[in-house]
Ligand binder design. Structure first.
Ligand SMILES: [Zn+2]
Length: 143
Protein backbone atom coordinates (compact mmCIF):
# COMPACT_ATOMS: atom_id res chain seq x y z
CA UNK A 1 0.00 0.00 0.00
CA UNK A 2 1.15 3.52 -0.73
CA UNK A 3 1.34 6.28 1.86
CA UNK A 4 2.31 4.13 4.81
CA UNK A 5 5.43 4.23 6.91
CA UNK A 6 5.95 0.62 7.85
CA UNK A 7 7.96 0.03 10.99
CA UNK A 8 8.25 -2.34 13.90
CA UNK A 9 5.43 -0.58 15.73
CA UNK A 10 2.64 1.47 14.26
CA UNK A 11 2.30 1.82 10.52
CA UNK A 12 1.52 5.50 10.32
CA UNK A 13 -0.70 6.61 7.48
CA UNK A 14 0.96 9.61 5.88
CA UNK A 15 -1.79 10.38 3.36
CA UNK A 16 -4.98 12.33 3.91
CA UNK A 17 -6.77 12.09 7.23
CA UNK A 18 -10.24 12.93 8.39
CA UNK A 19 -11.01 15.19 11.34
CA UNK A 20 -10.76 12.28 13.75
CA UNK A 21 -7.21 11.45 12.73
CA UNK A 22 -8.10 8.39 10.70
CA UNK A 23 -6.34 7.90 7.40
CA UNK A 24 -8.66 8.09 4.43
CA UNK A 25 -8.27 6.65 0.96
CA UNK A 26 -10.26 6.68 -2.24
CA UNK A 27 -11.54 3.22 -3.05
CA UNK A 28 -11.81 1.79 -6.54
CA UNK A 29 -15.45 2.84 -6.74
CA UNK A 30 -14.49 6.43 -5.73
CA UNK A 31 -15.99 6.19 -2.29
CA UNK A 32 -13.87 7.48 0.57
CA UNK A 33 -12.74 4.61 2.77
CA UNK A 34 -10.89 4.44 6.06
CA UNK A 35 -7.27 3.48 5.51
CA UNK A 36 -7.04 1.16 8.51
CA UNK A 37 -10.07 -0.83 7.32
CA UNK A 38 -8.62 -1.13 3.84
CA UNK A 39 -5.30 -2.26 5.30
CA UNK A 40 -6.94 -4.83 7.56
CA UNK A 41 -9.06 -6.28 4.77
CA UNK A 42 -6.02 -6.39 2.51
CA UNK A 43 -3.75 -8.16 5.01
CA UNK A 44 -6.17 -10.15 7.16
CA UNK A 45 -9.55 -10.47 5.51
CA UNK A 46 -13.05 -9.01 5.39
CA UNK A 47 -14.53 -7.38 8.48
CA UNK A 48 -17.88 -8.85 9.47
CA UNK A 49 -20.82 -6.54 8.71
CA UNK A 50 -21.67 -4.23 11.59
CA UNK A 51 -18.27 -4.48 13.20
CA UNK A 52 -15.74 -1.69 13.51
CA UNK A 53 -11.98 -2.00 13.85
CA UNK A 54 -10.47 -1.15 17.21
CA UNK A 55 -6.95 0.22 17.46
CA UNK A 56 -5.19 -1.67 20.22
CA UNK A 57 -2.40 0.94 19.99
CA UNK A 58 -4.85 3.87 20.32
CA UNK A 59 -3.33 5.59 17.31
CA UNK A 60 -6.07 6.46 14.80
CA UNK A 61 -3.59 6.99 11.97
CA UNK A 62 -2.07 3.53 12.43
CA UNK A 63 -2.88 0.95 9.74
CA UNK A 64 -0.81 -1.96 11.07
CA UNK A 65 -3.19 -4.95 10.86
CA UNK A 66 -1.49 -6.42 13.96
CA UNK A 67 -2.74 -3.39 15.93
CA UNK A 68 -6.31 -3.73 14.69
CA UNK A 69 -9.04 -6.02 15.86
CA UNK A 70 -12.71 -6.14 14.91
CA UNK A 71 -15.17 -5.23 17.62
CA UNK A 72 -18.62 -3.78 18.11
CA UNK A 73 -19.39 -0.07 18.25
CA UNK A 74 -20.32 -0.45 21.94
CA UNK A 75 -16.99 -2.12 22.62
CA UNK A 76 -15.19 0.65 20.77
CA UNK A 77 -16.94 3.32 22.84
CA UNK A 78 -16.15 1.52 26.10
CA UNK A 79 -12.55 1.19 24.97
CA UNK A 80 -12.28 4.90 24.18
CA UNK A 81 -13.77 5.80 27.51
CA UNK A 82 -11.42 3.49 29.39
CA UNK A 83 -8.38 4.89 27.68
CA UNK A 84 -9.37 8.54 28.06
CA UNK A 85 -9.55 8.82 24.30
CA UNK A 86 -6.55 10.66 22.89
CA UNK A 87 -8.25 12.08 19.82
CA UNK A 88 -11.70 13.62 19.70
CA UNK A 89 -13.35 15.51 16.87
CA UNK A 90 -13.01 19.21 17.41
CA UNK A 91 -16.22 20.87 18.57
CA UNK A 92 -17.96 22.83 15.85
CA UNK A 93 -18.27 26.59 16.01
CA UNK A 94 -15.00 27.22 17.78
CA UNK A 95 -12.07 29.19 16.50
CA UNK A 96 -9.74 26.21 16.21
CA UNK A 97 -10.82 25.40 12.69
CA UNK A 98 -9.59 22.06 11.42
CA UNK A 99 -7.43 21.67 14.49
CA UNK A 100 -6.86 18.34 16.14
CA UNK A 101 -7.62 18.30 19.82
CA UNK A 102 -5.84 16.23 22.39
CA UNK A 103 -7.08 14.97 25.71
CA UNK A 104 -4.36 14.85 28.35
CA UNK A 105 -4.82 14.62 32.11
CA UNK A 106 -8.55 14.95 31.58
CA UNK A 107 -8.29 18.28 29.74
CA UNK A 108 -9.15 18.79 26.07
CA UNK A 109 -7.25 21.46 24.18
CA UNK A 110 -6.18 21.95 20.59
CA UNK A 111 -2.54 21.41 19.69
CA UNK A 112 -1.74 25.15 19.68
CA UNK A 113 -3.12 25.51 23.19
CA UNK A 114 -1.21 22.50 24.44
CA UNK A 115 1.94 23.88 22.86
CA UNK A 116 1.61 27.07 24.90
CA UNK A 117 0.83 25.12 28.08
CA UNK A 118 3.70 22.66 27.88
CA UNK A 119 6.24 25.00 26.29
CA UNK A 120 6.70 23.14 23.01
CA UNK A 121 6.13 24.24 19.43
CA UNK A 122 2.81 23.13 17.95
CA UNK A 123 4.72 21.83 14.93
CA UNK A 124 6.85 19.63 17.23
CA UNK A 125 3.77 18.13 18.86
CA UNK A 126 2.09 17.57 15.50
CA UNK A 127 5.22 15.89 14.11
CA UNK A 128 5.44 13.57 17.11
CA UNK A 129 1.78 12.56 16.82
CA UNK A 130 2.22 11.92 13.14
CA UNK A 131 5.10 9.62 14.04
CA UNK A 132 2.72 7.67 16.22
CA UNK A 133 3.84 8.92 19.63
CA UNK A 134 1.29 8.60 22.41
CA UNK A 135 -0.22 11.93 23.48
CA UNK A 136 1.41 11.87 26.91
CA UNK A 137 4.90 11.46 25.45
CA UNK A 138 4.28 13.99 22.67
CA UNK A 139 3.33 16.59 25.26
CA UNK A 140 5.82 15.82 28.01
CA UNK A 141 9.13 14.90 26.38
CA UNK A 142 11.56 17.82 26.18
CA UNK A 143 12.30 19.02 22.66
ZN1 LIG B 1 -0.46 0.90 15.80
Amino acid sequence: MARVRVGAGCWVWTGARNTQGYGVIFLADRRLGKAHRVSYEHHVGPIAPGLVLLHTCDNPSCVNPAHLRPGTVAENNADKKAKGRAFTPHPRGTSHHAARVLRFRGVVRCIAEWAAVVGLKASTIRKRLNRGWPVRRALTEAA
